[in-house]
Design a protein around this ligand. Structure first.
Ligand SMILES: C[S@@+](CC[C@H](N)C(=O)[O-])C[C@H]1O[C@@H](n2cnc3c(N)ncnc32)[C@H](O)[C@@H]1O
Length: 264
């Protein structure tokens, strides 16, 4: 091939390459915008215990159990996860996968009531619009309204003191993209949409990265009790147990990181 021909060929190749790259970027942005719209189109619904939840029509999925949003969160995350950790530590680091409405953070504040120092990181890819947050009703005592507002008005991606003993970092990121965790957590509230809706949130790889980001003896709880999810957790290194589920669910899962802990 002559020098001239090669030069033209290389230029064409570069041009095609740039075009392909631009096309790929446009596709990606399009997908992200679509996903954002999808998660922002939510409908507020009353659940059986009187607390609200959100329904996402495009996914045909709720944020919480229709048998009681607050009842489910208290059962799965607070009673099965937070309570045993409170007995073991005074300073607790909590990670939530799927911060959503912030209900689990709020229930954590209410249950601890200042008794422990808590650093709470809530990962969320699609923050809810403020007008949705404002309309949600979790039947809060009036004195807690201020705390609720603060959960949703503090800056993203940095720690903020909600109370003297409760520090919140809302982290806007995609949990399925190999995250680098800079903290070690004692407790993980795993509150993703169901595995048949979002399988990428329930992989052995994701559980492994969470396992590595936990202190020994740490607990991960989730409402899900699927056999495949349990096996994925075990593959990541967790010791798992099935517990009775909240109303409407026979079972749920609790996983523990037991490397050197004798009491696990
Ligand atoms: C079952 S809802 C969470 C409910 C939430 N804990 C609450 O009490 O409102 C699942 C959450 O995961 C979020 N989510 C979905 N895909 C995500 C991703 N790839 N990374 C981080 N969060 C994601 C959704 O936007 C949604 O808020």
């Amino acid at each position: 091939m002559s020098y001239q021909v090669r030069k033209v060929f290389c230029r064409r190749f570069q041009y095609v390459n740039v075009l392909m790259h631009l096309h790929w970027c446009a596709e990606l942005i399009n997908l992200m915008v679509k996903a954002e719209r999808m998660f922002q189109h939510v409908i507020i619904e009353k659940t059986e215990d009187g607390s609200d939840t959100l329904f996402v029509p495009e996914l045909n999925e709720h944020y919480h159990s229709v048998h009681g949003a607050t009842t489910e969160s208290n059962h799965v995350f607070i009673d099965a996860g937070l309570m045993p950790i409170l007995e073991e530590k005074k300073h607790i680091r909590i990670l939530e996968i799927g911060f959503g409405t912030g209900l689990n953070a709020l229930l954590t504040i209410l249950r601890t009531n200042g008794s422990h120092l808590i650093h709470y990181t809530g990962i969320e890819l699609y923050p809810l619009p403020q007008e949705v947050i404002r309309q949600l009703d979790f039947a809060l005592p009036p004195e807690e309204k201020n705390v609720w507002e603060q959960l949703h008005t503090v800056e993203w991606n940095e720690y903020a003191a909600i109370t003297d003993n409760f520090h919140l970092k809302k982290w806007q990121t995609d949990v399925t993209k190999c995250l680098v965790f800079t903290e070690q957590y004692d407790l993980i509230y795993f509150d993703a949409f169901a595995p048949d809706i979002q399988p990428a949130m329930w992989t052995p790889e994701l559980f492994e990265s969470l396992f590595n980001a936990m202190n020994d003896g740490g607990i991960l709880t989730t409402y899900c009790a699927k056999g495949q999810v349990r096996r994925n957790m075990q593959q990541a290194g967790f010791t798992t147990e099935r517990l009775p589920g909240p109303p409407g669910k026979r079972e749920m899962l609790r996983a523990r990181k037991c490397v050197n802990v004798l009491m696990c």
